[in-house]
Design a binder for this molecule. Structure first.
Ligand SMILES: Nc1ncnc2c1ncn2[C@@H]1O[C@H](COP(=O)(O)OP(=O)(O)OP(=O)(O)O)[C@@H](O)[C@H]1O
Length: 196
């Protein structure tokens, strides 16, 4: 679903990370690890098409990708439920209702609360709930477990497990203590380039 060959991204003429190559098919999860500043976020943003690679190739066969980065892209003046309904309408998907996504991420108690008043973990859960409302087969997740408690991490693992079981694929960057409790097809230890 995604193949990456000798990918390089330079900032100020210096590579942010050492060249990256991998392949990932349906039902597979790639975990990208690496020290602070090794370029995980930069790599995910290149894969998502938000940054232009300097060299190498990214080939994606999935017709849609879902990206959850550090900027959660919530609408602060809408409630959790309104955010999810908006997203669902925007994506044109009616397959999973906002209510199902709210329950899957344990957000029922704060469903009517404005996004701007949510805790960091609740905001993260709301952003991740959008994955259930997206038809994308390829997920690109930057630190999906950050700000989540143990129960929240388990819910992410459940989302991942069912996504992979349905033939989806996922590239995730994480350096946190929580290791995904789903089979990891491959692990890529990113190393900083000369520009980091
Ligand atoms: N907009 C920017 N301008 C200049 N340098 C940047 C910019 N964004 C990131 N960097 C630098 O690029 C390098 C890689 O950053 P990146 O955020 O990709 O690392 P990371 O592996 O995700 O780090 P962390 O584990 O701390 O989240 C770092 O040295 C960072 O300082």
């Amino acid at each position: 679903m995604i193949s990456v060959d000798q990918l390089v991204y330079e900032r100020f003429f210096a590579p942010v990370f050492q060249p990256v190559s991998f392949r990932l098919g349906a039902g597979e999860l790639l975990r990208i690890t690496g020290a602070n500043g090794s370029g995980k976020t930069t790599l995910i943003r290149v894969l998502a098409g938000l940054l232009e690679p300097t060299a190498g190739r990214v080939g994606i066969t999935a017709d849609r990708i879902a990206y959850v980065g550090h900027q959660l892209a919530l609408k602060d003046d809408l409630s959790v439920e309104e955010n999810l309904k908006f997203f669902s309408n925007f994506m044109g998907t009616g397959t999973t209702s906002a209510a199902t996504a709210i329950d899957a991420l344990g957000l029922r108690r704060v469903a009517g609360q404005l996004a701007r008043t949510l805790s960091a973990g609740q905001r993260k859960r709301c952003a991740l709930a959008r994955l259930l409302l997206s038809p994308a087969r390829l997920w690109l997740l930057d630190e999906p477990y950050s700000n989540l408690d143990t129960e929240g991490c388990s819910r992410v693992d459940e989302l991942l497990a069912s996504h992979l079981a349905r033939g989806g694929a996922c590239v995730m960057a994480t350096h946190g203590n929580h290791r995904p409790q789903v089979p990891v097809e491959d692990e890529l230890a990113l190393k900083a380039g000369t520009g980091s």
